[in-house]
Ligand binder design. Structure first.
Ligand code: NFE
Ligand code: MG
Length: 450
């Protein structure tokens, strides 16, 4: 039989999941899966003809969950068009507001988007109607208010340095607009310490406890198992998270050449074209195209369908030694939050009060550039072309494009589709196993259909 879950709730945006469930070997399991992005946004086309500086603010409006990553990717892409780099203070300020966004995101994801696949929520709207009912997790539900405070505090940290959150106003090609003052550092630092304590004494232990209770989910939702990271958080030399790719079962992280990304549209609602690199790809809608079932394109690298996100960053850059599964995704996300909070304390200490935060930027007549950054959900790329000092071409590939992509020309499923295949479903009227898999990716559909 076929089950359609539409809309998938407790995510950002409009996602539909269609599952074929068959009885094989005496039990019901998922034998086919189609993941669809249900909405078209059109940001890439909106940007055409605009001054490049506008990309920094317009692309942030793709998403309220990860606007910082879009602001950062656009700032870098645009400043590179003029060969300008941001001063050291701006690098640190950018890391700090991106970090604040990661901490906010990861706490929100566990307590508000994931937990109710396992536990019953409070007996009031909007918590009723979930599929979780495990009474052993009631202490985690009791942490909901603390989690809300912690995520709000992380948001406030971003506003202290970003001017406002979400959609910080302080990004600027060539730097950042916030002056570094002792007061701002102190205000950020006191909040960071609060959030860091919450992560280390509540969030991480709660995830570890869930992983103990549901250890079988270290083999749930494994999928292709190929991991991709661009690398992110600039250090004075190198990156805090190094990038690369790791194929399932391989030991060695390989170099990732972003020029080899190809986007397929064979099953997407876009005019037919062969797989194309984003530097020349187009976004031309073709609703009702035969065989199309998603507004998400299908990025591929070397022909593989990669998964990206905290599990990829932690495995590739920080020696996380689990596998790739539902519970590994949650563990990697929580461990990343802890690691990042500690690192942010260090970046804060490196800020120079009163030091320069921007370098002059002037848009060149013509240029072609790109930037890859790490967003909370993984690899984010922006590609820019300028003509007559205006944007003539802009393409974006977001993390959820990788994770929730449809099939490609070779019939290879996207990462989330593949992770669903083979999953045993105990009760077809409540396919909670499928939701646990989908939620473990932290999908953002607003980003994916940009
Ligand atoms: Ni809308 Fe985003 C992140 C980006 S995911 S949340 O993280 O880019 O596709
Ligand atoms: Mg795109």
């Amino acid at each position: 039989m076929s089950i359609v879950i539409n809309p998938v709730t407790r995510i950002e945006g409009h996602l539909s999941v269609e599952l074929t469930i068959e009885n094989l070997g005496g039990h019901d399991q998922i034998t086919e899966a189609r993941v669809s992005g249900e909405l078209y946004r059109g940001f890439e086309n909106i940007l055409a003809g605009k001054p490049p500086q506008d990309a920094v603010h317009l692309t942030q409006r793709i998403c309220g969950a990860c606007p910082v990553s879009h602001g950062l990717a656009a700032s870098k892409t645009v400043e590179r068009s003029a060969g300008v780099t941001a001063p050291n203070n701006a690098r640190l300020l950018r890391n700090l507001i991106l970090g604040a966004n990661f901490l906010h995101n990861h706490i929100l994801h566990f307590y508000f988007l994931t937990l109710f696949d396992y536990a019953q929520g409070p007996a009031s709207t909007p918590w009723s109607g979930g599929w979780g009912d495990d009474p052993r997790l009631s202490s985690m539900v009791d942490n909901l208010k603390k989690a809300l405070t912690a995520k709000r505090t992380a948001h406030a940290m971003g506003a202290i340095l970003g001017g406002r959150f979400p959609h910080p106003a302080s990004f600027l090609p060539g730097g950042f607009t916030t002056d570094v003052t002792a007061q701002r550092i102190q205000e950020f630092q006191s909040r960071l310490s609060t959030v860091q304590t919450f992560i280390n004494t509540t969030y991480l232990p709660d995830v570890q406890r869930l992983a103990e209770l549901y250890s079988e989910e270290f083999s749930l939702g494994q999928g292709h198992g190929h991991l991709l990271a661009a690398g992110g958080f600039d250090e004075s030399e190198g990156l805090f998270f190094s990038g690369g790719y790791l194929l399932a079962g391989a030991q060695e992280v390989k170099t990732f050449y972003s020029g080899s990304i190809l986007e397929s549209v064979v099953h997407s609602h876009y005019a037919d074209a062969k797989p194309t690199p984003p530097r020349s790809g187009k976004t031309e809608t073709a609703w009702n195209k035969d065989g199309a079932y998603s507004w998400i394109k299908a990025p591929r690298y070397g022909g593989w369908a990669f998964e990206t996100g905290p599990i990829a960053r932690m495995t590739i850059a920080k020696g996380y030694k689990g596998g790739v599964s539902v519970m590994d995704r949650h563990m990697a996300r929580a461990l990343e939050a802890s690691l990042l909070a500690a690192k942010m304390q260090q970046w804060l200490g490196e800020l120079e009060v009163g030091g320069a935060v921007w370098n002059e930027f002037q848009a060149p007549e013509a240029a072609r550039t790109y930037a890859l950054v790490e967003a909370p959900r993984g690899v984010l790329g922006h590609w820019l072309e300028l003509q007559d000092t205006a944007i003539s071409h802009y393409q974006i590939v977001t993390p959820t494009c990788w994770n929730a992509s449809p099939r490609d020309e070779a019939g290879i499923r996207g990462a989330m589709e593949q992770a669903l295949i083979g999953t045993a479903i105990a009760d077809q009227s409540r396919p909670v196993e499928a939701m646990r898999i989908v939620h473990s990716f932290d999908p953002c559909l607003a980003c994916s259909v940009h």
